[in-house]
Ligand binder design. Structure first.
Ligand code: PLP
Length: 337
């Protein structure tokens, strides 16, 4: 059996989603004429309580447009050392936006209030301009971790008070929402812009979306074209995204349950150690002996595909194509290790 637990980006569209895609629209979105895409953007903006939204090819593009549309060259962006934007987006804010990144080592996905305050530059000819704070929910590197909502709000209030723009990389915000039972608009209300992905746990093949003010999204829309991100006929993808919003959110709880089952097996094996708190759909663990390579080969031989090199620890991710039989098989392999 092959159990591909490398990432929730590997979701395959269900039959219902494929049917929805087949009845997608075929207008040209560069001409702003694709009804399905326009409707999706309006729907998501409304859901999030924001003025506008922009459908993008990837989460990376949505994050980069969030930075580019709300900064100017010489600005400084405060973000987590372990964030996707800092770790896994090629340093693109320097290239695309001409900004400097100021990584702080957030604890539990949030900076301390004093750290935010301490990172602010006073106006001086030597300094970049402090412009933006980025947050990530759920936090990938921390194992799908969800920061405490009240603490999150305190950080956002502080940052706003200091005049910073706030962007939430909510690639997996729906996993957090399902786990803590809060509304998406509660998270969106804390920030100036937020993005989330349809192409991860929500099960669509491609697509992410950025929400924000009308001005921000107008600017992002302009910049997206120059990055080659102007869609011609994305209606089938918008239909998949729309289907995902209507059908695939609540079911994320099943992925979380399956992740818990696998995490319990890791905990039962004395040779292994969980390295992250399990909040959503990601299990992070290490091998007490330090033989990560050996454990990786063991899992690979069993057909259990995984990631470990990006994090120097194992990451297993559950998603809608991972069923109970696959989980049972994985549990057995983990207990037998
Ligand atoms: C937290 C986070 N943000 C952004 C992204 C980027 O999304 P994409 O792969 O669609 O560019 C990812 C992808 O894994 C992610 O985990």
């Amino acid at each position: 059996m092959i159990v591909d637990l490398r990432s929730d980006v590997l979701t395959k569209p269900t039959e219902g989603m494929l049917d929805a895609m087949m009845s997608g629209t075929f207008g040209d979105d560069v001409f702003s004429e694709d009804e399905g895409t326009l409707k999706l953007q309006e729907k998501v903006a409304r859901m999030c309580g924001k003025e506008s939204a922009l459908f993008t090819v990837s989460g990376t593009m949505a994050n980069q447009l969030a930075v580019a549309s709300q900064t100017v060259p010489h600005d400084e962006v405060i973000l987590d050392l372990k964030s996707h934007i800092f770790q896994f987006e090629q340093g693109a804010p320097a290239v695309i936006s001409g900004v400097q990144m100021r990584p702080l080592d957030y604890e539990n996905a949030l900076p301390k209030l004093q750290e935010v305050e301490g990172a602010i530059r006073f106006p001086d000819i030597h300094h970049p301009v402090s412009r933006m704070l980025c947050l990530e929910i759920s936090h990938n590197y921390l194992g799908g971790f969800i920061p405490d909502f009240d603490e999150l709000k305190a950080v956002c209030d502080k940052a706003r008070g200091l005049g910073l723009k706030i962007h939430i990389d909510g690639a997996r915000i729906w996993n957090a929402i399902v786990a803590v039972n809060r509304g998406v608009e509660e998270y969106a209300s804390l920030c100036d812009s937020m993005m989330f992905c349809f192409s991860k746990g929500l099960g669509a093949p491609i697509g992410s979306i950025l929400v924000g003010s009308k001005d921000t999204i107008t600017r992002a829309h302009y910049l997206r074209k120059g990055l080659g991100g102007g869609w011609r006929q994305p209606g089938m993808l918008a239909a998949a995204a729309d289907y995902a919003l209507d059908n695939n959110i609540e079911r994320l709880a099943e992925d979380h349950g399956r992740a818990k089952t696998i995490a319990d097996a890791v905990e039962k094996n004395p040779k292994l150690r969980l390295t992250r708190r399990l909040d959503t759909n990601m299990i992070f663990f290490t091998v007490k002996s330090g033989d990560l390579q050996g454990c990786s080969e063991y899992l690979e031989n069993k057909g259990i595909l995984h990631d470990w090199k990006h994090f120097n620890m194992f990451r297993l991710v559950t998603y809608l194509n991972i069923d109970d039989a696959m989980v049972d098989y994985t549990v057995k392999a983990i207990l037998d290790y």
